[in-house]
Ligand binder design. Structure first.
Ligand code: HPA
Length: 278
């Protein structure tokens, strides 16, 4: 058995010794979006450092814990804070939490992040439904011996973001009167924000938003057969699109401003997604 698989199993057993909750939806909260967790009917929480072998984040604004509970009547596990590749973890550690949440029972992975907007007409504070992604600028989390227990050696990636969940997102946004942008998310490694030339390249490649997370998690979750949906909070216009220099503080401030509509949309979507899990 591979080391990566052993570590995943060790984390799984460590969680299961402490908590028996079985989630249907796994929600990953991105930079500045962690406050969403306040609206969850909490059954249990588990700090990442309480899980044997679990990678722990170092980014300011990323509390590190799992929250188990309910949104409406839907059982969810929520990650308040994720680890990023730029923190120096191997890619297999970066995606370990997503894999773990699948093992805990989640069939749906709901990914959120803060991202820099590229698409024409985008503004800071917009929400973007991720309809596709470019993960080619970060190492694949599937490199190494394939874990046949999790998925295929050469998994299909033609529909990473589930069509039915995309329809649900559109319907919920329309009902709530939220202008939901849509587009392709491109992951760079970070931690530096992009140069204007890199943003120009990303635009040529078809990206509508750029960020430093999410796409690798989606690859690992798709490998395991999870249904994936993603929302980016456009916290800033990407470098060169915006005339202003970028800062982490600005990213968090915009995420705060977008929080009320983000909360409404995510809650409504989870309610609808819950119906599809029955
Ligand atoms: N680039 C990369 N990642 C980001 C950005 C950005 O402009 N904003 C928030 N996360």
């Amino acid at each position: 058995m591979s080391e990566v698989y052993d570590k995943l199993m060790r984390c799984y057993e460590s969680v299961r010794k402490q908590i028996d909750f079985v989630p249907e939806v796994a929600l990953v909260l991105g930079s500045g979006l962690g406050d969403y967790a306040k609206g969850i009917r909490v059954e249990a929480t588990l700090d990442y450092h309480e899980i044997d072998g679990f990678p722990v984040s170092t980014v300011p604004g990323h509390a590190g814990r799992f929250i188990f509970g309910y949104v409406d009547e839907v059982p969810i596990v929520c990650m308040q804070g994720r680890v990023h590749y730029y923190e120096g973890y191997p890619m297999t550690d970066v995606v370990l939490p997503a894999r773990l949440m699948k093992l805990l029972g989640a069939k749906v992975l709901f990914l959120t992040n803060a991202a820099g907007g590229i698409q024409q007409g985008m503004h800071a504070g917009d929400l973007m439904l991720i309809t596709g992604q470019i993960a080619s600028f970060v190492p694949s989390p599937l490199i190494g011996p394939n874990m046949d227990e999790l998925g295929a050696r050469f998994p299909d990636m033609s529909e990473i973001y589930n069509r039915d969940l995309i329809m649900i997102a559109r319907k919920c946004a329309a009902e709530l009167g939220i202008d939901l942008k849509e587009g392709t998310y491109l992951q760079f490694t970070g931690p530096a924000y992009e140069s204007p030339q890199e943003v120009a390249m990303a635009r040529i490649l078809g990206a509508d938003a750029v960020g430093m997370s999410t796409a690798c998690e989606a690859v690992a979750a798709n490998h395991m057969g999870m249904k994936i949906v993603g929302i980016s909070c456009i916290s800033n216009l990407a470098c060169g699109i915006s005339p202003e220099p970028l800062s982490h503080e600005e990213v968090q401030k915009s995420a705060d401003e977008a929080a009320p509509k983000f909360k409404k949309l995510v809650t409504q979507m989870i309610k609808e997604i819950g119906k599809t899990c029955r």
